[in-house]
Design a binder for this molecule. Structure first.
Ligand SMILES: NC(=O)c1ccc[n+]([C@@H]2O[C@H](COP(=O)([O-])OP(=O)(O)OC[C@H]3O[C@@H](n4cnc5c(N)ncnc54)[C@H](OP(=O)(O)O)[C@@H]3O)[C@@H](O)[C@H]2O)c1
Length: 368
């Protein structure tokens, strides 16, 4: 089953992935800068809470941009749908890894068509003129190792979102945010291997890595597991701030919260977190996420004979840093407004008897 590609020239899959990540990075930076987008799309979960005493203008007093922002803002889904990302990411990772395995097992432009494997997403891409690269990628190479690490990451996030986190039944996120989350997890697995699959001549097999590069893989792996552990610890701390009864968002809790906005369900939802990396950062779980992607970049680059390392993963890292940087900055402002002295006070002891520091970094010690 062969038919001419729809695009005039073969488009490298890496270009599609890079353009996607560059596009969502620009969108995140715009959402963090332009008040209209910030008001309507960026704020989600607790950032959507209105400050006490906030007065709505009557519809006649609202400007056109206010009304547009309000309409755009109303397109939301429950914030606890975050869990969908990780279920989806785990299943997609597993499927795409099998797909890649078959593609690499029997390489050759003409050898494989959709007719042979109609379930193959990668062959479907080739059918539409997006070149994935069909050179053999030995199992003895770093991209397979990276896929394993990312699989561990999304499986843990799945476990956390089902069994550890205690999400608010009323918190919302914008539907655009939800769609970016789903598409992000479609694009991450191929981003981990595309530079290697498109340029197999640059890939250094695992057991032939020179000592310096092997050390880079080791450092990246330690960094990954260090961040992995602390992200789990921070999600446990956030969960411990809420009573167990809120562990699963129940329909009746949503109904109760809607009926009485002062009910304990909504009233005691957010507290000041302390302990582990919360003693140093506003959003340490975001710091851990960032370090996980730094680790991916280090590991992928160590195995590629290319001066800039894995360009695709560098662009992915740019997205993770800018997106989480923007949200973490808003979160820091939200904590200061909501908790005032309680947020910064040096005298406030944690239940464990630790004293939280006066200042927490947003994402990067001494810098941001
Ligand atoms: N790779 C990426 O691009 C990317 C993007 C976004 C997120 N993530 C990762 O996904 C994870 C979750 O992100 P998120 O933005 O949902 O984090 P978040 O807003 O901090 O929420 C995490 C959980 O903790 C709860 N929570 C947050 N602050 C709380 C407080 N002060 N008191 C009590 N409970 C609190 C939230 O409840 P609510 O239900 O009320 O919100 C939610 O259940 C993070 O580890 C992050 O790194 C990755």
């Amino acid at each position: 089953m062969t038919s001419p590609p729809l695009l005039p020239e073969w488009t490298p899959f890496s270009s599609v992935i890079r353009i996607y990540f560059a596009g969502i990075t620009i969108a995140a930076l715009l959402a963090g800068t332009l008040p209209f987008l910030k008001k309507s799309i960026l704020d989600y979960g607790k950032l959507n809470e209105k400050p006490t005493g906030h007065q709505h203008n009557t519809p006649n007093e609202q400007s056109l941009s206010d009304r547009l922002a309000l309409a755009l803002r109303s397109l939301t889904v429950p914030k606890y749908w975050f869990a969908h990302f990780y279920v989806w990411a785990s299943l997609w990772m597993a499927y795409l890894t099998v797909d890649l395995y078959y593609l690499c097992r029997s390489p050759g432009d003409d050898a494989q068509t959709l007719f042979d494997r109609p379930w193959s997403f990668l062959l479907l891409l080739q059918h539409f003129g997006v070149s994935v690269g069909v050179q053999p990628l030995s199992i003895n190479t770093v991209p397979w190792f990276l896929l394993g690490l990312n699989f561990l990451h999304v499986l843990r996030r799945w476990y956390e979102s089902w069994y550890v986190e205690r999400p608010s039944p009323t918190a919302r996120m914008h539907v655009g945010h939800y769609l970016i989350g789903i598409t992000f997890y479609i694009a991450v697995p191929p981003a981990l291997w595309i530079d290697a699959v498109e340029h197999p001549e640059r890939v250094i097999p695992f057991w032939s890595l020179p000592p310096g590069r092997a050390l880079m893989v080791g450092v990246g792996t330690v960094l990954f597991f260090w961040a992995y552990y602390h992200q789990f610890a921070c999600h446990c701390i956030l969960a411990s701030l809420r009573p167990k009864a809120q562990s699963r968002p129940q329909q009746d809790a949503v109904a109760a919260a809607k009926k009485d906005d002062d009910s304990p369900t909504t009233k005691s939802v957010y507290r000041v977190p302390h302990g582990d990396w919360f003693n140093y950062f506003v959003c340490p779980h975001y710091v851990a996420e960032m370090l996980i992607y730094v680790a991916y970049y280090i590991i992928a680059s160590a195995s590629l004979n290319s001066p800039q390392g894995s360009t695709t993963l560098l662009i992915v890292l740019g997205w993770v840093i800018s997106n989480l940087g923007v949200v973490a900055r808003e979160t820091a402002a939200w904590y200061r407004t909501k908790f005032g002295d309680q947020w910064t006070s040096k005298d406030l002891s944690t239940p464990q008897g630790n004293t939280p520091p006066r200042q927490r970094w947003i994402l990067v010690p001494y810098v941001y």
